[in-house]
Design a protein around this ligand. Structure first.
Ligand code: PLP
Length: 367
């Protein structure tokens, strides 16, 4: 069906910045700079400076960024790694692909890891924690880092959805041993395909990650330092991301404006719960604007048939996915969220008029 308001609108962004997108393409194609070239180095440097870390290493996807982090930190057979089920499956997949065991805990009202549950699942086999900064909202990193120090655990921050988000003035992906981003098209900063990045302050880890992403090669193509993978962020993607990053601050501002419009108009409508607003410790970037309702399924049908495209992340929680064999977990808050959440359109190019259409459609359902 053709929607009045799209959940994402890539062609619109292309039309707005067409000249700049086209000149990136022209520059890369005419220079033949495809793999591990200057645009990638520049982009890595910009992200490292922006996040406030020493190293940013561009890889193929956020999924690979997680997996390479887990592997570089030595997660392996029999190790237990604590994370959440309310996340994109890749967070858990990275643990499993290393041979380690995912230990899933529940979420709190902000959809992030319930930090008060972490200590209750720590055993002698626990090796790490992967907090997920979901929807562009940071986890309580003071608590997570304090626990990791107390029990000597490694931390990978899954900041795939949280580029630009802050906790106590520090950006997500700058707290843990590593922090990762995804540049999937719909993300805060998305490329024209797949992309990802690992951030770290640790020189040894950075060297390992550089080697892992390029078949064991770091400084020379002749010397192989270890077996690795081929998972580099393409120079073309880095060039696109570099161009788009020039607008990033203004895009975050626009997302926050849209979130405020939704907050003002939707709180108190029907049984809707708008996303929690946080005190000054948190700077949210609204990768997603997620509302909750007990009538979620009917609301979603209504919105779609009114021409508003919405998304449910995620209707089946990961521990209820039969193939993943994680059904021994009982996570009531996660399960309830899966039944109640729906994400409304939110992206910088969304017009005020479209926001109004979404708001009116939601209100019409509860009339
Ligand atoms: C929380 C989270 N972690 C990891 C990923 C994986 O990123 P990618 O799609 O770039 O592999 C995503 C992307 O959807 C995500 O939302």
């Amino acid at each position: 069906m053709s929607y009045k308001v799209r959940f994402v609108n890539y062609p619109r962004q292309y039309q707005i910045y067409k000249k700049e997108f086209d000149s990136v393409w022209e520059e890369i194609m005419s220079g033949g700079d495809f793999i591990l070239r200057q645009h990638l180095e520049d982009f890595e440097k910009r992200i490292a400076d922006y996040i406030g870390v020493k190293h940013a290493i561009g890889v193929n996807t956020g999924t690979d960024a997680l997996y390479l982090s887990a592997h570089a930190l030595g997660f392996g057979h029999g190790d237990e790694i604590i994370t959440v089920a309310h996340t994109f499956v890749a967070t858990i997949g990275a643990i499993v692909q290393c041979g380690a065991i995912p230990v899933l805990i529940d979420i709190a009202d902000d959809f992030n890891m319930d930090v008060d549950q972490i200590e209750s699942v720590i055993t002698t086999r626990t090796k790490g924690i992967i907090p997920v900064h979901l929807n562009g909202h940071a986890c309580n990193m003071d608590k997570i880092m304090a626990i990791s120090e107390k029990y000597n655990l490694k931390v990978i921050e899954d900041a795939a959805q949280a580029l630009g988000a802050e906790y106590k003035g520090k950006r997500c992906a700058s707290f843990g041993d590593t922090g990762i981003f995804s540049f999937y098209p719909a993300k805060m900063l998305g490329t024209a395909g797949d992309g990802g990045m690992v951030c770290t302050n640790d020189d040894m880890l950075a060297r390992k990650l550089h080697a892992f992403r390029d078949n064991g090669r770091v400084e020379s193509v002749e010397v192989i330092e270890c077996f690795g993978w081929c998972t580099r962020l393409d120079n073309l993607h880095a060039a696109i991301l570099n161009m788009k990053f020039n607008y990033f601050d203004q895009w975050i501002k626009r997302r926050r404006e849209i979130a405020t419009l939704y907050d003002k108009s939707l709180s108190g409508v029907g049984d809707i719960i708008t996303p929690p607003r946080f005190d000054g410790d948190y700077f949210d970037v609204y990768q997603n604007y997620v509302i909750r309702s007990k009538k979620r399924n009917a609301l979603v049908d209504h919105l779609r048939s009114s021409g508003v495209e919405v998304l449910i992340s995620w209707p089946i929680p990961n521990h209820k996915q039969k193939a993943l064999e994680l059904h021994h977990y009982q996570l009531p808050v996660t399960e309830q969220a899966s039944n109640e959440v729906v994400s409304l359109p939110i992206y910088p190019e969304l017009t005020d008029n479209e926001v109004e259409i979404v708001i009116d459609a939601v209100k019409a359902f509860f009339k």
